[in-house]
Design a protein around this ligand. Sequence first.
Ligand code: ADP
Ligand code: ZN
Length: 745
Amino acid sequence: MADMFAEVAIVGAALDKSLHYEVPASIGSVLRPGSMVSVGLGKRTATGVVLSVSEVPPVLPQEVKLRPILEAKPPEQSLPEELVALCRWISRYYFYPLGEVLSFAVPFAKPEKSAPARTGGKMVCPACPMPAAADKVGGRGREILALLDEAGAAVPLEKIRKSVPNSAYWLNKLARQGIIHIEIAEESDELSFCPTGGGGVLELTADQKRALDVMAPLIDAAAFKPLLLYGVTGSGKTEVYMRLIERAAAQGRGALVLVPEIALTTSMEVLFRERFGPLLAVWHSALAPAMRRRRWADMLAGRKTVVLGARSAVLAPVKNIGLIIVDEEHDPSYKQEDRLRYSARDVALMRGKILGVPVVLGSATPSLQTLHRWKSDQYGGVVLASRIFGRPLPEIEIVDMKREGGRGPVFSFRLREALAQVLDAGAQAMLFLNRRGYAKFYICQTCGHVLQCASCSLTLTYHKKENRLRCHYCGWERELPERCPVCGHAALFSHGFGTERVEKELMRLFPQARPVRVDRDTMNGGAKIVEALSAVRSGRCNVLLGTQMIAKGHDFPNITLVGVINADAGLQVCDFRAGENLVQLLFQVAGRAGRGEEPGRVVLQTYNPFHYTIESLLKMDYDGFCDRELQSRKLLQYPPFTRLLKFLVTAVKEDAARAAARELAGLCRQKAALLKDAGVHIAVLGPSPAAYVKLKNRYRWQVFIKSWRSSEMQDFTESVLDAVKCDPAFREAQVTVDRDPSNEF
Ligand code: ADP
Ligand code: ZN
């Protein structure tokens, strides 16, 4: 019998339980929670993460014979212990197998789709320590040293070439004196940016200083505290983030920065690269596998300590984190809507709690959850009330599309006029529409049949370029039939429109328009987005047109007009958060206008000009909207005043889904009734068909649970799932849990 035992979670395995192994004496001394190991699992060898090590043998049935751990990976490949603790919390909180949670933290366990790698270049590095001769350097050499000094790290050769005349001579000279050396960077897909100007460190505004005064001491104290940075669009939140990271870095600690979309990592990377140079790693799910592996190793080894990424980066193995930042914390894309249905914002908060570090939640339009907790003093926070240099917020104009006549034109008269003005003046415009494709759907004018996906209860969107109808959920496509498949009449007409149509119409009306369209049809992968954004930045394109991919975060000083093509597109969602999400989106979109010296203008087209969401935007009164919304949530006992959880019941057969959902609701009600006597209040709602009752050939029903305490929700759900496991009524159905659901998809 061995004298050490380890509890191991198998990476990528959908097991409910962790497994126990014997620890061979040869590796006993290196194992600790977080160690990566190879173990036998059935007939194969699997990668595992050690959860705990003990000298006490596990209590197991007699017949189980423990197998030994086969191999321990080198200690430098261990996950930080805090990350293992976090994964265990996620597994429990979101009711998801630990092994699968871990596969998000150990990226190479599952293959990822690849993105093309870019090649690195020569980098100019300052010598360390600087030889005394550095003080005597004169002429252009000084400028080169100043550049290196400013970057605090290696600088791409190209940058020096561009900003210092006759640089080759001076670089050569400095290199000979041993003051600098030039290195060829390894192949990398990190953008080797040549910053376009500005440079130098900004003088902070009074608001920004106040934010640092409040937040920086918490980094020094290494104390967990959620902090809201509530700053209007263009108030300089990014600068605050960077100063806080510098503060952490000065103490030898790292930082984790989350942004809601991969496209935003690239635009923030420009700024961060300048400031943090080689310490920075960008981390998201679209990285090429080889790159992922290398960056993962770099993070574990402590070579990359400032990590910027989208949702999944919340599980990046950054070492010694001193600070976590969640930018645009309200953004719904922080919630993953399949498989592991987690909220990266909430997981970030938990990681901060486990680590004992502050978590900064930045937004111009905080989620009601965050706002409520801030107002009730559970969170700290600072408000940045005005834009940099007191730039005014844009002027907002509402156009009532009901008065435009016709079959609903793409552009109203006002927007056409405004576009002409902006384009003629040589400025830039942004057009926003939250729907891609050409036509929203096709309907038969004889029998009323709407063309639908064969496997989902979704209408098919027409894409003109490929001349295909496509399901935006499962991707299924077909050609546009000439006749209605039901009644046979040639009476199919299109309704509604998407970005593709807006682009066509724009080109038709404005010969001077040079648009770039950003949506999921035109952008596949980070490089294309970088290209599109730089086309706007350089002025090569004068209209940025797209879906929510362009709505948030980006800072384009030349955009003076924002056109919202159809502000109502977000209102048709049947979700208690629809209003909140729409207002946030509209404030974000509006915030893209007038970020430079010219004031901005927003023209918003809507069929509901008096809707309360539109009215609050018109007054630029986000707070007022939230007060009103919070009141009604309180009245209706919705989050943030209660906790919600959704059981999603799916089955191939419609009857099976419905029957299982009924069974589940009954089971929940029974359990809730028993708890009532114990003073625990759980409400059960449903069953009801999901908003999309069929997706990918599975029928979908749901049951909602409402609770007033997170811990009670936890216990209740665990007991329901236990019962479901042994109940034959669920044999044909699958029950999944969506905790804190963000929509009713
Ligand atoms: P937000 O994220 O709050 O919308 P940004 O961080 O994008 O705003 O800042 C808006 C603009 O103001 C950026 O171009 C940024 O470089 C500039 N800026 C930020 N802080 C300062 C400052 N202290 N002085 C001058 N310009 C600043
Ligand atoms: Zn489909």
